[in-house]
Design a protein around this ligand. Structure first.
Ligand code: DX5
Ligand code: ZN
Length: 214
């Protein structure tokens, strides 16, 4: 099980310390939530900050684009250091084409879906995805409650993966804590994204280990 702390819940006044604390604490990836105030009702950061985080750590950067027209900016995010670049299926007309465009830029390509979006929206492209990011909260903010129906999507993706229909890493994002981490693990997730659980804990290593062990 890989753990991807989401910097959305970090203290940005101490960004270097925050990044180093989760890197030293055993994080496998760093999850970066890019929001545009259009696709989601919140604004965060862009390539400038991704580039800064990339220079703070050797961990792979898992960049989650919650923006309209993600392909217009994809190159900038890859140049800034995104190792995985994930777009929402709700924001692209042609999910398979979007994944191919991201791969052509040299990054691994991810596809995400909102809690209200049926899994069918990503299935035709699942074989081409390096990562599928199942949202277990409505995107926009950290600290929300886990939406249990996301587990059905994880279970279905796990079945497809076990059947050789996709090699995508199955990631789940939103409301992950020690209790829901266990549910997500049992459902077959490969990656747990956790913001408030990790950055709300004084002992980052202990929290990361607890989520991994759940
Ligand atoms: C929500 C973001 C998440 C968020 C998760 O839109 O995609 O990555 O940071 O935060 P928690 O773990 O607090 O739900
Ligand atoms: Zn996210």
């Amino acid at each position: 099980m890989k753990i991807a702390p989401s910097l959305l819940s970090a203290d940005f006044a101490r960004l270097g310390d925050e990044v180093r604390s989760v890197a030293a604490g055993g994080a496998d990836l760093l999850h970066l939530d890019v929001m545009d105030g259009q696709f989601v009702p919140n604004l965060t950061f862009g390539p400038l900050l991704i580039d800064a985080v990339n220079r703070l750590s050797d961990l792979p950067l898992d960049v989650h684009l919650m923006i309209r027209d993600p392909l217009a900016l994809a190159r900038r995010f890859v140049q800034a250091g995104a190792d995985y670049l994930t777009v929402h299926c709700e924001t692209v007309a042609d999910p398979e084409g979007a994944l191919a465009a991201i791969k052509a830029l040299g990054a691994r390509a991810g596809l995400s879906l909102n809690p209200g979006t049926p899994l069918q929206a990503v299935l035709p492209a699942a074989g081409a995805a390096d990562l599928v990011l199942v949202m277990s909260v409505n995107p926009g903010f950290g600290g929300q409650a886990f939406i249990e129906s996301a587990l059905d999507k994880v279970r279905e993706l796990r079945k497809l993966k076990d059947g050789g229909k996709t090699n995508a890493l199955i990631s789940i994002d939103g409301g992950i804590n020690r209790r829901t981490a266990a549910l997500a693990a049992a459902a077959g997730a490969d990656i747990l994204v956790a913001g408030s659980a990790v950055f709300g804990s004084a002992d980052r290593a202990a929290e990361i280990a607890a989520l991994r062990g759940a």
